[in-house]
Design a protein around this ligand. Structure first.
Ligand code: SAM
Length: 246
């Protein structure tokens, strides 16, 4: 099965768990603390946001609650986009969802004040340079790109609880690996190093403003699993803010 079909299947979770996600959308804490801090000046201006690979769309509700004027979510899963659209209507936020493949975002050139993405997005990009060019195209001059992502070193860490170990079947410099956890189990993930991501973004013409690495993962499972790799000594996530020059 190809990645898109795997995501269509995995996104059925957003429909099965619709009520729990709706309750979450009505609450707080939809964006991470660092997202609020780094995005505060951008969101204060009431931006038009394009969210690439919008998934369940809870981030979009969080963005609107934090100041965004409007969000367009782009995702190639019609199941994910449909559930996100229904939820946005239920919580009465101005979010619209478009089913489309990234790159190839169906948004006009220079339309977005902010392109927001992450939490398991870039690993599905087959061509990081084409992605960065598409981001730069839809941003208006002076607009921002914000990425909050799993750190590219994460595929290396085991989930052992006694001690952090490096998986013998993985390399930081590999091009791809097959995902073996939900969601996306069985799909082919692309591995982009931090250097490749930053180079793609700056080559596309954006200026890097912030690049921070964090020990904390944003995907702690609710079953209490607590991998030693998440204890504070290893990188698990990062945030990046870049701006298209005026
Ligand atoms: C792990 S989710 C992350 C999204 C969101 N931040 C969230 O937390 O739900 C990844 C999403 O990317 C979408 N996706 C993967 N590859 C894509 C592509 N090439 N174009 C558009 N959407 C894609 C999937 O359908 C899925 O909804």
């Amino acid at each position: 099965m190809g990645n898109r079909a795997i995501w269509e299947q995995a996104s059925a979770k957003h429909v099965r768990e619709y009520d729990e996600l709706l309750e979450a959308a009505r609450g707080d804490g939809l964006l991470e603390e660092r997202e609020h801090e780094l995005l505060a000046p951008v969101l204060a201006a009431g931006p038009f946001v394009v969210h690439l690979q919008s998934g369940h769309g809870l981030d979009d509700v969080g963005l609107v609650k934090a100041g965004a004027r409007r969000v367009v979510g782009v995702d190639y899963s019609s199941t994910a986009a449909g559930a996100a659209q229904r939820r946005a209507r239920d919580v009465d936020v101005d979010c619209r969802y478009v089913v489309a493949e990234v790159p190839g975002v169906p948004v006009k050139d220079a339309a977005a004040d902010l392109v927001y993405t992450g939490k398991g997005a870039l690993i599905w990009m087959r061509d990081i340079d084409a992605w960065a060019r598409d981001v730069a195209r839809v941003l208006r001059p002076g607009g921002h790109l914000f990425v909050y992502e799993g750190h590219p070193a994460v595929p290396l860490w085991t989930w052992d609880e006694d001690e952090a170990r490096i998986r013998p079947d993985r390399s930081y410099f590999a091009k791809t690996h097959v995902n073996d956890t939900f969601p996306g189990n069985g799909a082919q993930e692309w591995q982009w190093t931090l250097g490749q991501i930053v180079t793609a973004i700056t080559t596309a013409g954006l200026h890097l403003q912030v690049l921070e690495e964090y020990a904390e993962p944003f995907w702690r499972p609710q079953d209490g699993t607590n991998a030693a790799a998440w204890s504070g000594r290893l990188p698990n996530s990062y945030a990046l803010l870049a701006r298209k020059p005026l």
